[in-house]
Ligand binder design. Structure first.
Ligand code: NAD
Ligand code: WQD
Length: 343
């Protein structure tokens, strides 16, 4: 059964391609390599023994995307990861984000309608909730006004999919990820931040390996037990497995509604200081960090209510925070070896 994974050479897409192949699905990846490397295909092949089909093009190109779908109308379901995701950059370049994230989605939906492809899983984000009024966050918690164009593209994408599903034979699962971190146990695939990382985990591992001088902890005066902000970190492999379950649910027509929404988090909140301590504990590496002012736009605390995903998908995040931080470190070490070998 053929599954299209857009953005499949990226961070979450590559881990999902591995899980799909290990369950016997035929994976076809479309990626323009704007934020990933072609070598990821070799590494997916090393892990699974199977090379995914791959086409390199930009999904914002309507003719190219239409041509792709005509050639591959036997696709059973799509997992749409391809998007730009840097919150800060989206504030600087809003149109670039709206064009990339919305045009690509609309071209894909058009391709589905024209070729009778019924199923799509969409990568959404907990960012759609902003700072929730009550915690943990349930799927029916209110969607707050987006503070970044990136977050707004996720809200708009969810609406575009919903209205398109309403009047077409299209079924969708919107997955709202919390904070994915960590890497595959093989250390062959992981997150490849381009430039200076914005996110906590790659900044920690790059500091520990000596690429960055010290970690800046954005604020220790939040109303939380240790004063640092709290997030729901989820291991990327747990996240990837949830996508396979979502695909199975669609193919087996087990969905309760045409559009379903699930939170994908571990259901635990950890503070920045707890992540630092976990990293030091799991790796034995000491981290240099300094406390700075709060980062503008950061929410104080957010974590997910996982009950609905647990019950309906029969899925639960399994890996601990120490497993997440250790696997992120193994990946950073593997990247360093790769670079030092000059390959
Ligand atoms: P990533 O940047 O590693 O992967 C995205 C991939 O999409 C990249 O390989 C990139 O080259 C490709 N791409 C982007 N625009 C494209 C286009 N127009 N045509 C073809 N390919 C294109 O990102 P990721 O962390 O794997 O995130 C995957 C998805 O999950 C994104 O939609 C992101 O918004 C969403 N998400 C990510 C996080 C996170 O923290 N990583 C959290 C919530 C939601
Ligand atoms: C986590 C915590 C920082 C870096 C972002 C996007 C969100 C979603 C997930 C895609 C915060 C602190 C960070 C650093 C730090 N992505 N931090 N020093 O902000 O929760 O969410 O990724 O949808 O949309 O906004 O993740 O990893 O940037 O930050 O102290 O160098 O770590 O202040 O409290 P965030 P993050």
């Amino acid at each position: 059964m053929k599954i299209l994974v857009t953005g499949g050479t990226g961070y979450i897409g590559s881990h999902t391609a591995v899980e799909l192949q290990q369950k016997g699905y035929e994976v076809i990846i479309v990626d323009n390599l704007s934020n990933s490397s072609i070598e990821v295909l070799d590494n997916i092949t090393r892990i699974t023994g199977t090379r995914p089909l791959f086409e390199q093009f930009d999904l914002t190109e309507p003719e190219r995307t239409a041509e792709f779908f005509q050639t591959h109308s036997d696709i059973e379901a799509i997992i749409h990861f391809a998007a730009f995701k840097a919150v800060g950059e989206s504030v600087e370049k809003p149109l670039m984000y709206y064009r990339n994230n919305l045009d690509s989605l609309m071209n894909i939906l058009q391709g589905m309608i024209d070729n009778g492809i019924r199923n799509i899983v969409f990568s959404s984000s907990c960012t759609v909730y902003g700072q929730p009024d009550t915690l943990p966050v349930r799927e029916d918690s209110p969607i707050k006004k987006a503070w970044s164009p990136y977050g707004n593209t996720k809200q708009m994408s969810e609406e575009i999919i919903t209205f398109t599903s309403d009047v077409n034979d299209i079924y969708s699962i919107l997955l709202r990820y919390f904070n994915p971190i960590g890497a595959h146990e093989s250390a062959l695939i992981g997150e490849l931040p381009i430039g200076i990382p914005n996110c906590l985990m790659p900044y920690i591992t790059q500091t520990a390996i000596g690429i960055r001088e010290y970690l800046r902890v954005w604020g220790d005066d939040y109303p939380t037990p240790d004063g640092t902000a709290i997030r729901d970190y989820i291991h990327v492999v747990d996240l990837a497995k949830a996508h396979v379950i979502a695909i199975e649910r669609m193919i087996e027509k087990k969905g309760k509604e045409k559009v379903e929404v699930f939170n994908l988090g571990a259901g635990n909140g950890f503070s920045v200081m707890e992540v630092i301590k976990s990293f030091e504990r799991s790796t034995g590496v000491k981290l240099d960090y300094r406390i700075m002012d709060r980062r503008p736009g950061d929410v104080v605390e957010v974590w997910s209510d996982t009950e609905y995903a647990n019950k309906e998908l029969g899925w639960k995040a399994e890996k601990t925070l120490d497993e997440m931080t250790l696997s992120a470190w193994r990946w950073e070490e593997s990247l360093a070896k790769h670079i030092f070998k000059g390959s």
